[in-house]
Ligand binder design. Structure first.
Ligand SMILES: NC(=O)c1ccc[n+]([C@@H]2O[C@H](COP(=O)([O-])OP(=O)(O)OC[C@H]3O[C@@H](n4cnc5c(N)ncnc54)[C@H](OP(=O)(O)O)[C@@H]3O)[C@@H](O)[C@H]2O)c1
Length: 386
């Protein structure tokens, strides 16, 4: 395992880190005991960077227990900002209470990297950062960083606070961060922490057309796994497989090597829940893709970007102009698709997106009623016209 220093901080991270998100059941049901074995094996193989979040239910306890024997040798990152009912709260009171709660659940006296998980537009950055500084002065956190925030908010954090890292989705199939968040990291000297580096398994060569995910697995509705994006991801996986094979490496290893080759990336976070997948992924450390291979991938990405943009625009227009799919689940997925595409094309602001996400999530909880979905369709149509 190789290690990289997180700039502007006293932390050094294994270049491949292990995240605990899968314990939420997002990728199907997982067993805490088995995952604890994965965490311990990761440490034996050199992983020193572990990531969780206050709202990954049960994950902090499993992580804290698993690293008990070697706590001082690892960097524990966790996140704050999501309330129990799924709302956003970055008020100083919530940040401090969440930190105390995380310390208790992790069974430790300090968090190495405390990260803002999502944005809370109601709380000024200076107030949240003030709470982070107080926690640091009290020795409860060593450093702080940010995550899933709109680029303008990340810019504000990096320019005006002591935040040292930005967590972002980045894989050879999900490349949008290269246009916004990664350049911001380079400009401000912050470290980029990439997550979902195998694109939630899509780039491993083990997910094929027609793959059926179990009930409750978010990939059943995740836009990356639908139609155009899924097919594009499979083409990227095939190319990574072809390049990896020349070096005796797997598609997953080539996918992670590609992330590690992106300027500004300090660590690539992956989330396997089996020992086999873990060992495979860690085999990407020290494997560098050659300049010709990187260029070959860039050429493929340009073609994919073009065909994906055309596909998304066409699909967005079809969903907004036509009647919704009579199957409420399919209609719900179509509306999620439009929201994600609109955000990616910069057609809608984060605040408006959040306003529309609320009734959309509400519609799902109520069993996706046609009338509620039609309301969301109308809101989206109006917002995108404005
Ligand atoms: N800030 C955020 O909002 C955010 C969001 C997402 C994630 N993260 C952090 O980043 C971490 C990593 O993200 P992620 O879990 O999405 O990473 P990931 O490794 O891209 O995705 C994990 C999924 O991919 C599968 N997978 C991984 N390696 C595989 C392999 N070699 N072969 C076959 N399948 C493989 C896993 O299957 P198995 O379970 O079968 O191994 C699992 O279903 C998270 O755990 C979390 O800590 C943060």
């Amino acid at each position: 395992m190789r290690y990289r220093k997180l700039p502007k901080s006293e932390l050094t991270l294994s270049e491949i880190g292990l995240g605990c998100y899968s314990l939420t059941g997002a990728y199907g049901r997982k067993d805490g005991e088995a995952f604890a074995r994965v965490l311990r094996r990761a440490f034996e193989l050199g992983v020193t960077f572990f990531d969780t979040a206050d709202h990954y239910t049960g994950a902090s306890e499993v992580l804290g227990q698993a690293v008990k024997g070697f706590r001082d040798k690892v960097v524990i990152a966790t996140k704050v900002g999501v309330t129990e009912d799924g709302g956003r709260d970055l008020s100083p009171a919530h940040v401090k209470a969440s930190c105390e709660d995380s310390l208790r659940r992790l069974g430790t006296d300090h968090v190495d990297l405390f990260q803002v998980h999502f944005d809370d537009p109601r709380t000024p950055v200076a107030e949240t950062a003030g709470a982070m500084e107080e926690l640091r002065a009290a020795g409860k956190i060593r450093e702080y960083g940010v995550g899933h925030l709109p680029p303008e908010r990340v810019a504000e954090w990096l320019a005006t606070t002591g935040a040292v890292s930005v967590m972002m989705e980045l894989s050879a199939a999900t490349r949008a961060s290269r246009r916004g968040l990664l350049p911001l990291c380079t400009r401000h000297g912050a470290g980029a922490l990439a997550f979902s580096v195998t694109a939630r398994g899509l780039l491993t060569g083990r997910i094929r057309p027609g793959h059926v995910f179990e009930e409750g697995d978010i990939r059943r509705i995740d836009a990356l796994f639908q139609e155009g994006s899924f097919e594009s991801g499979l083409r990227v996986a095939a190319k990574l497989g072809e390049i990896g094979a020349k070096h005796g490496k797997t598609p997953a290893q080539a996918a992670i090597a590609w992330v590690l080759a992106q300027p500004g990336v300090v660590s690539a976070l992956t989330g396997p829940s089996s020992l086999g997948h873990l060992e495979e992924n860690l085999g990407a450390s020290g494997f560098a893709l050659g300049p010709d291979e990187l260029a070959e991938l860039e050429a493929l990405f340009s073609r994919e970007d073009e065909s994906l943009a055309a596909f998304r625009r066409g699909r967005m227009e079809a969903v907004l102009s036509g009647p919704l799919d009579p199957d409420p689940n399919a209609a719900w997925k179509d509306l999620v698709f439009v929201m994600e595409a609109a955000a990616e094309f910069g057609l809608i602001g984060e605040a408006r997106l959040l306003e529309i996400a609320r009734p959309l999530l509400g519609a799902r909880r109520k069993g996706a009623q046609a009338a509620d979905l039609a309301d969301v369709q109308r809101l989206l149509r109006e917002s995108l016209k404005a």
